[in-house]
Design a binder for this molecule. Structure first.
Ligand code: 5CA
Length: 449
C-alpha cells in the first residue's frame, strides 16, 4: 500500500477526553473515529488490524471443529420471550419497532436465535456434537461506554454455541473451546489467563473469563503467577481426542475474578511469592449452561433409545473490537503502538527518504515490488515529506519493521532496517533486504505455533 494513496488520518494532538493509552493511540493513529457515544467507525488502518484478529479467531475456531455461519443483528422479541430473557435483559437491550409495530431488538448475544436454528434442523443424537459460531456486531446499551472500543455499545463478537447430548459431552465441547482460546490469544501475542468467572445474564455454573493483565483493566483479578509461564498447546493438538489433561493442567492453578474469588481459598492455594492481585481486561468469556435455553425453547434430539433428550449447551465469546485495544495496552511505548507481527496492520514499512528524487524513487519502487512479491504485507511511505515526519508516523502506527532507503544509502548500495520494538538498527546491502526482512517476519507470524 502506497501511503500517498492510502487513507490514514493521523492526529498530531493527543485527544483530551481519551483516558487510556490504547484509546489515545487508536485515535492518534487514525484507526477509529467516534460517531456517537459508544459507536465507532473503523478507519482503514484499524479495520485491517481488526480483520487480522478476526481471521486468527476464525482459524482457531475452525481448527477446533466449530462451524461458521452468519445470523442477523436484528432479532425478533418473540424469540427472546421464549427463553424469558426479553424482560430480564433490562435497559441494556436496544428495543426496536418496525413499521408494522412488530417488536424487534438489536442482538446483544445469540443464544435464542442459534437454539432456534438448531431445533429447526437437528433431530437426532447422531448429528451431535455441533458447534456453530459467527462473528457479528452486537449492541448493548452500556451504562458507561468508555475507553473507546474497549467498552462500546456496538461491538464485534465472535460467539460460538455448542450442542451436546449430555453434560459429559458438553464439558468436552467446553474443553475444546478452552484449548482453542489458549491458541487464539497466543497467536495474537497476548498472554490471556483463563479465570473462574461469574455467569451474569448468560447463566450456567461453569464459566471462565479470559483476562489480559493490565493496570487499566476494568476487573480486579487474583491468580497464580505460574500461569503466565504455562505452555500453549501446539497446532497438532487433537481436538477429537481427550483435552481434559490440558484443561486440568491450566485450571489446577488458582485464578479467579473479583466476583468469584474466595480470599481464604486464594491465600491457601497460592504461595505468597506467586500471588498476583492485579487488574485485567476481559477479552473472552466462555460458559456452560446446560439446558437453560434448550429446555424452554424445546431443543431436543432423539437419543439412541428413541427417547427425546433436551440438549446441553454452552456459549463462547471473544470481542475482537476489545481485543485490538487490549493488544495496544500490552504493546506500546512513548512513541506509539508496537504491534506484534501477527496482528500488525502492515508487517513492514518502506520509507523513501527522498520522494521526488528520480533515482531514489526508482530504487524504492523496485524494492517495494520485490518485498510485495516476497509475500510481505507492506506499507510504502512514498509521500513528499521530511524524514522526521515519516519516522514519527511509522513509530506511531507501530509497524514492526521499517526499511529505510535514501540517496546516500543508494550510493553505497545500502538500506537500513529499524526494529520498532527494540529500536535496534542494522545497515545491510539493498540486495539482501528482502531476504533479511522475510527472515525476521515469517517466524513471528505465529501461524504454526
Ligand atoms: N453469549 C456469551 C458468549 S458467546 C456472551 O455474550 N458473553 S459476554 O457477555 O461475556 O461477551 C463476550 C465478549 O464480548 C466479552 O468477553 C468481551 O470480549 C466482549 N464484549 C462484551 N461486551 C462488550 C462491550 N461493551 N464492548 C466491547 N466488547 C464487549
Amino acid at each position: 500500500m502506497r501511503l500517498s494513496r492510502y487513507f490514514l488520518p493521523v492526529l498530531r494532538d493527543v485527544p483530551k477526553d481519551a483516558e487510556i493509552a490504547s484509546h489515545r493511540l487508536m485515535l492518534r493513529a487514525g484507526m477509529i473515529k467516534q460517531q456517537a457515544s459508544g459507536l465507532y467507525s473503523w478507519l482503514p488502518l484499524g479495520y485491517k488490524v481488526l480483520m487480522k484478529v478476526k481471521a486468527i479467531i476464525e482459524e482457531e475456531q475452525n481448527r477446533s471443529g466449530a462451524i461458521e455461519l452468519m445470523m442477523p443483528t436484528i432479532q425478533s422479541a418473540d424469540l427472546w420471550r421464549e427463553s424469558g430473557r426479553y424482560d430480564a435483559y433490562g435497559k441494556e437491550m436496544l428495543r426496536i419497532e418496525d413499521r408494522h409495530e412488530r417488536e424487534f431488538l438489536y442482538g446483544p448475544t445469540n443464544e435464542e436465535m442459534v437454539t432456534d436454528i438448531f431445533r429447526t434442523y437437528v433431530k437426532s443424537y447422531k448429528d451431535l456434537p455441533l458447534n456453530l459460531y459467527h462473528v457479528q456486531w452486537k449492541f448493548r446499551d452500556e451504562v458507561r461506554p468508555r475507553f473507546g472500543t474497549m467498552r462500546s455499545r456496538e461491538f464485534l463478537m465472535k460467539d460460538a454455541y455448542s450442542f451436546d447430548l449430555n453434560k459429559e459431552d458438553a464439558v468436552k465441547a467446553y474443553e475444546r473451546m478452552f484449548v482453542a482460546y489458549l491458541r487464539t490469544y497466543a497467536r495474537m501475542g497476548l498472554t490471556a489467563i483463563p479465570m473462574r468467572a461469574d455467569t451474569g445474564p448468560i447463566g450456567g455454573d461453569l464459566s471462565h473469563e479470559w483476562i489480559v493483565l493490565a493496570d487499566t483493566g476494568e476487573s480486579a483479578v487474583f491468580c497464580d503467577r505460574r500461569l503466565l509461564d504455562k505452555s500453549i498447546p501446539g497446532p497438532d493438538v487433537d481436538f477429537r481426542g481427550d483435552l481434559k489433561p490440558i484443561f486440568n493442567d491450566w485450571t489446577s492453578l488458582y485464578a479467579a475474578t473479583e466476583e468469584m474469588v474466595d480470599m481464604a481459598e486464594y491465600e491457601a492455594a497460592v504461595p505468597e511469592e506467586f500471588r498476583i492481585s492485579a487488574r485485567g481486561i476481559e477479552v473472552g468469556h466462555i460458559f456452560y449452561f446446560g439446558t437453560k435455553y434448550s429446555e424452554p425453547m424445546k431443543a431436543t434430539v432423539t437419543g439412541p433409545d428413541g427417547k427425546e433428550i433436551t440438549v446441553h449447551m454452552g456459549s463462547y465469546g471473544v470481542g475482537p473490537t476489545r481485543v485490538v485495544p487490549a493488544i495496544i495496552e500490552a504493546f506500546h511505548d512513548e512513541a506509539g503502538i508496537v504491534w506484534p507481527v501477527s496482528v500488525a496492520p502492515f508487517e513492514a514499512v518502506l520509507i523513501n527518504l527522498k520522494a521526488g528524487d528520480a533515482e531514489c524513487d526508482a530504487a524504492c519502487d523496485k524494492l517495494y515490488a520485490e518485498l510485495n512479491a516476497a509475500g510481505l504485507d507492506m506499507l510504502y511511505d512514498d509521500r513528499d515529506q521530511g524524514a522526521g515526519a515519516k519516522f514519527t508516523t511509522a513509530d506511531l502506527i507501530g509497524i514492526p519493521y521499517q526499511i529505510i532507503l535514501g540517496p546516500r544509502g543508494l550510493k553505497a548500495g545500502e538500506a537500513e532496517i529499524k526494529h520498532r520494538k527494540t529500536g535496534e538498527r542494522e545497515t545491510l546491502a539493498i540486495a539482501d533486504a528482502v531476504a533479511r526482512l522475510k527472515g525476521l517476519i515469517e517466524p513471528q507470524r505465529k501461524t504454526d505455533i
